[in-house]
Design a protein around this ligand. Structure first.
Ligand code: ARG
Length: 303
C-alpha cells in the first residue's frame, strides 16, 4: 500500500489514521526522543541551589517517575530511544545537557558536544558523542578554549528551526555561546544570547519554554533587562510564570504535540496552556527535582 501525506504536516504531528493505513512506515513518521534510565541516579554534590548533600534519592520512585514520563511521551506520539547509563555518572539521566542536536538541509543531522562546567558531568559527554556517532550524526566539535556550553539545558530551538535561544551566566558562558553562534552562523541559524540572573534558573530550560512558533512561556525574573527585551522582540505572545511556578519547574515542561508535560499545574498556567491549545499532563518528578531538574531536562529531542 502506498501512503502520501497531503497538506501541511506540523513537525512532530502524528496522524493516527495514516499510521494505521501504512503501519510499515510508522517508524519513519514518528519523532524520537532520547533518554537515559536513572539506574545510577543520585545526588552526591551541590551543582545548583536545589541540590543538597543531605538529600536522599529513592531510586525505585525515580525509576517509576521516569517510566511514567516515557509512557506519556509515547502516548504523545514519540518513539523512545535510550542510552546506557554508566555507574558513577549520577547526573547522566539529564539527557538534555551533554549534546546539542539539530538537522539542517545541506548538513544533515548533527550533534555538538557540550563542555560541561563540572568535571563529573564532563565525563558523561563522550558516551553521548559515541551514541550519536554510531547513528551517523555529524559530530561538530567546538574549540571551547576553557569556556562552557551545556547543550539543550541552555540552548533552545525556535520551533521553526530558524534560530536558537542561548542562556548563559551560570553554567554556559557568554564566550561558549559566542563559539556556538559562530558555528551556527555557517548554517544560517541565528543565535539569541540571553543573560540569566536567578541562580534557581541556572539553565535556560528552567525559565523559557517555546509553546509554538508565536508563543513562549518565561519567568521574567530570570533574565537581565537586555535579555527580556530580546525575548519580547522575538515572540508575538510572551506568557509569564510566577516565581513560585518557575522554581517548581513549571517552565521546564515538554511540548509534545498538543500536550504540555509538566511536574505541577496551577490555574494560571492552565489558562495560558488553554489559550495556546495545549493540554497539561502532570508527571511527577520529585526525585529528579532534588538534583535540580524536571521533565525537559530528562530528554533530548532527536531530529
Ligand atoms: N544536577 C544536574 C546539574 O546540575 C541537573 C541538570 C538539569 N538539567 C537541565 N537541563 N536543566 O547539572
Amino acid at each position: 500500500m502506498s501512503c502520501r501525506i497531503v497538506g501541511s504536516l506540523r513537525p512532530n504531528a502524528v496522524l493516527p489514521g495514516l499510521l494505521t493505513a501504512c503501519r510499515h512506515r510508522y517508524h519513519a513518521l514518528m519523532p524520537s526522543v532520547l533518554l537515559c534510565p536513572p539506574t545510577y541516579f543520585d545526588v552526591v554534590d551541590e551543582k545548583n541551589p536545589y541540590m543538597t548533600r543531605k538529600a536522599t534519592v529513592d531510586r525505585s520512585k525515580a525509576r517509576s517517575q521516569w517510566d511514567y514520563l516515557c509512557s506519556v511521551l509515547q502516548q504523545s506520539g514519540y518513539e523512545i530511544e535510550t542510552i546506557d547509563p554508566i555507574p558513577d555518572l549520577e547526573d547522566m539521566v539529564f539527557a538534555a545537557n551533554q549534546i546539542f542536536v539539530g538537522a539542517k538541509i545541506g548538513y544533515g543531522k548533527f550533534a555538538i558536544p557540550s563542555r560541561m562546567r563540572y568535571e563529573s558531568r564532563q565525563r558523561e559527554v563522550p558516551f553521548f558523542v559515541e551514541w550519536f556517532r554510531t547513528r551517523n550524526y555529524q559530530i561538530l566539535e567546538l574549540d571551547y578554549a576553557g569556556e562552557f556550553l551545556e547543550g539543550h539545558g541552555d540552548l533552545l530551538w525556535h520551533p521553526d528551526g530558524s534560530r536558537v535561544f542561548a542562556g548563559y551566566g551560570f553554567r554556559s558562558t557568554r564566550y561558549g555561546v559566542e563559539k556556538f553562534a559562530h558555528a551556527m552562523a555557517q548554517m544560517s541559524v541565528d543565535v539569541v544570547p540571553l543573560k540569566l540572573i536567578d541562580p534557581y534558573c541556572y539553565h535556560l530550560d528552567t525559565c523559557l519554554c517555546p509553546l509554538n512558533g508565536e508563543a513562549v512561556l518565561i519567568f521574567p525574573g530570570a533574565f537581565s533587562a537586555e535579555a527580556l527585551a530580546a525575548i519580547h522582540k522575538h515572540w508575538k505572545r510572551v506568557h509569564l510564570l510566577t516565581v513560585e511556578e518557575a522554581h517548581r519547574f513549571m517552565g521546564n515542561g515538554i511540548v509534545a504535540n498538543s500536550n504540555y508535560i509538566t511536574p505541577y499545574i496551577t490555574p494560571q498556567l492552565q489558562a495560558i496552556l488553554a489559550e495556546e491549545g495545549l493540554k497539561p499532563i502532570v508527571v511527577e518528578t520529585s526525585e529528579f527535582e532534588k538534583a535540580g531538574g524536571s521533565c525537559f531536562c530528562l530528554k533530548a529531542f532527536l531530529p
